[in-house]
Every structure is written in C-alpha cells, then in structure tokens.
Design a binder for this molecule. Structure first.
Ligand code: ADE
Length: 237
C-alpha cells in the first residue's frame, strides 16, 4: 500500500494512548494543534499521534464522535497524513469469536445509533465510510478484519445491537466512524485498529469489564499498533 504522507493515529483516552506513545518513542506532553483547544499532538520518526485531550469542565478525556471529528479535521490540516488510523479499545462479540485483548483491523466502518428512517437519510445515517484495503497487512499480522461500528454510548440498546448484527460487527467503539467521516470529506485514506476490552454479548456489565481490562487491552493495542506501523512502512518501500 503506497502512502502519500505520514501515518496519523487518532486516539481518545489518555490511558489507551500512553502505552502507544511509549512504544512509538513519543515523549513529553505533546503540543496543541489549535490554540486554546484540548487536542494534543506528538510525533516521532515521521509518525503522528493525536488525542482529543481533556475536557476541562468535567475533567475527563474527551471521548465520543464530536471531539474525534474535530481533532481529526485539525490534525489532517496540520500534518497532511498519508493514512489516518482511528485507534483505541472496543467492545467485542462472543457470538462472532471475539475475546478480550483481540486486535481488530477495520474493513468496514458504520454508525449504529443514528436512526433516520427517511428516504435517503437511512443510508446517510449508517455512513459506511471508505476504509483502506488492508487484507494483506491483516494476513501478515494475523489480525482479524471486520466491521467497526460506532455510537456515542458505552452501552448497547437492542436497536443498536440489531444494526451491529446486520453488518456482523466485530468491534463496537465510540469514535471510528466520526474519524472516517472526516477522512472521506478530506479525501484521506482511513482505517481503524481496535482492541477488545469487553464483550458486548457477555454476562458482565460493560463498564466493569471495560475498567478491569483497560490497561491490558491498551498494552495489546500498543503492540498491535507498533506491528501495523512496521507493516505499513514495509509495504510503502
Ligand atoms: N470501548 C471499549 N468498549 C466499548 C464498548 N463496549 N462500546 C463502545 N466503546 C467501547
């Protein structure tokens, strides 16, 4: 796969991003992309990583689709990447072979919580954004390729689950489709790399399982990202 610029990794939670930065040799506090706003950017060895940063009013990471879209837009304008990788943790699905710590690379990316049953708007709400073809890279890395489905809630209502089942989603997250939306607008190749912290169709409450596995999954994510960047560089030579 030929890249016309550096890889740009877009992440939401600091707990997920810190091990990835450490593995990629990115040090220090990073810098602002847009003056006065929370997004922060780091770089090393011609790779960029950006986070949505901290919401100062609520003192938590700015997770979800709105900050993801804003950060992605600002970062693409700043560094002109050859590919954008939405990275983070996700919910997985036992019924489709998922397990805690599994890396999943996107080959499709949709929204599951935008329901607009009006002519034309149904497809619009679903998104189905262009995703870079990574079949060979996934095969080399031993990662499963599948649909990443995005919504702005950690839980899943039955109508969300129906949508995720209809596309056999392997990963449920809160940012990827928003990042994909911006990439489509700015004509920039896009993918998502997610690692499972919790099982959407399992017995444990999502928030408990998420907190139990966040550190472990983030370490697995840092390894998976390191390997993906290596493959991208190899295939770019
Ligand atoms: N990130 C980690 N687990 C998630 C889940 N179950 N839903 C959405 N985002 C997540």
């Amino acid at each position: 796969m030929h890249l016309n610029g550096p890889p740009l990794i877009v992440m939401a939670m600091e707990a997920e991003a810190a091990p990835v930065r450490s593995r990629l040799g990115m040090e220090g506090p990073g810098s602002e992309i847009v003056n006065g706003l929370s997004s922060r950017i780091w770089t090393n060895d011609n790779i960029y990583l950006v986070t949505n940063g901290n919401n100062q009013r609520f003192e938590v990471d700015s997770i979800g689709t709105l900050p993801a879209a804003f950060t992605t837009f600002s970062a693409i304008k700043a560094v002109q990447p050859g590919i954008v990788i939405s990275a983070g943790t996700c919910g997985g699905f036992i019924q489709r072979g998922g397990f805690i710590g599994e890396p999943i690379l996107a080959n499709r990316c949709v929204f599951h919580d935008r329901r607009i049953p009006l002519a034309g708007f149904d497809a619009y709400s679903f998104g189905d954004f262009p995703v870079a073809k990574m079949d060979l890279i996934a095969q080399n890395l031993g990662f499963r390729l599948g649909t990443v489905s995005t919504g702005d809630a950690l839980d899943a209502q039955s109508c969300d689950l129906e949508r995720m089942d209809s596309v056999e989603a392997l990963a449920k997250d809160m940012e990827a489709a928003a990042v994909g939306w911006v990439c489509e607008k700015l004509d920039t190749p896009f993918t998502a790399l997610k690692v499972t912290t919790d099982l959407v169709d399992g017995d444990k409450p999502t928030e408990t399982e998420f907190e139990e596995n966040l550190q472990y999954a983030s370490e697995r994510l840092s390894e998976a990202m390191f390997a993906l960047i290596h493959e991208l560089k190899k295939s770019n030579n």
